[in-house]
Design a protein around this ligand. Structure first.
Ligand SMILES: [Zn+2]
Length: 284
């Protein structure tokens, strides 16, 4: 195969730039011109993948770049066409060392985003994952918004964290062998999709809307990119279910339920083990 290095031009160079950008190594434009910026990005990629650091894309680097790893979609697409306005978040750049996972209760990604636009409290997260796995980035994750509801901390944890919300129906109630969402038994709230059964009550619910495989794939891909881009420590608590005040100082990846004992997002059906393996997280 061909070798791409400084001075190379063309479609393949664009492919390389796109990929490096998605991985958070490349900040320049996708111009198909292998210049200084592309060279630096290739170097960073080679370094973080244990390859010879020569800033040349030969067969080994090419394969490492484009090899389809399970649960690490190489072509993670992020929809940036629906954005919040500056009044809806805090446009001040803060260092990040934490990712917090949430789910919505009811609603699509777009209805959630539209609701945030009408809410004056600047509650939002950078990312919303639709049921079909589409990732919406509604503001640049280098900025921040309130998403944790830890009032007594004055936003200290919100400031250093990136929120990801999974579109979901949340906890479900059971009546006469049927499941319902919104805590309401009615024809309209009858739940007929795939569910997760925890086997026992947890935070008020035994049954939950199951996160879809494509949503989990999207989270894994996104978490990988964000850990790389913001140097977020690749770690998560070994205890996946309980809240603890000490997590307010935690750096790594958490569920909202680990920061607040009154929250049931993410639900206990979340496949933490998959995330741990795919993002090479340390259990602490
Ligand atoms: Zn939440």
């Amino acid at each position: 195969m061909a070798i791409y290095k400084k001075g190379s031009k063309g479609e393949e160079v664009k492919e390389i730039q796109r990929k490096l950008k998605a991985l958070g190594h490349y900040k320049g434009s996708i111009d198909g011109d292998f210049g200084k910026g592309t060279e630096e990005a290739v170097k960073a990629f080679q370094k973080s993948n244990g390859l010879t650091v020569d800033s040349v894309v030969g067969p080994k680097t090419w394969n490492a770049l484009f090899e389809e790893k399970p649960d690490q979609p190489s072509n993670l697409k992020i929809n940036r066409t629906v954005r919040l306005e500056a009044k809806d978040y805090i446009e001040s750049e803060t260092p990040k060392d934490l990712i917090v996972l949430h789910h919505t209760v009811g609603g699509t990604a777009l209805s959630t985003i539209n609701y945030w636009k009408t809410d004056p409290q600047r509650i939002a997260t950078s990312y919303v994952i639709e049921r079909d796995g589409e990732i919406f980035e509604v503001f640049d994750p280098k900025y921040w918004a309130f998403h944790l509801g830890l009032k007594e901390t004055g936003g200290a944890v919100d400031k250093r964290s990136i929120g990801i919300v999974i579109a979901s129906e949340g906890g479900l109630i059971q009546r006469d062998g049927k499941l319902y969402c919104f805590d309401v038994v009615s024809e309209r709230t009858l739940f007929t999709q795939e569910y997760y059964d925890h086997g026992m009550p947890w935070r008020g619910y035994r049954f939950f809307d199951a996160y879809s495989d494509v949503q989990i794939k999207a989270i894994i891909g996104l978490a990988n990119i964000l850990c790389e881009q913001f140097k977020i420590p690749r770690r998560t608590p070994a205890n996946h279910f309980d809240a603890d005040d000490s997590y307010r100082q935690f750096a790594g990846i958490l569920g909202h339920h680990q920061l607040r004992p009154d929250k049931s997002d993410v639900n206990p059906g979340f496949p933490w083990q998959k995330l741990v393996e795919a993002c090479r997280l340390e259990l602490v």
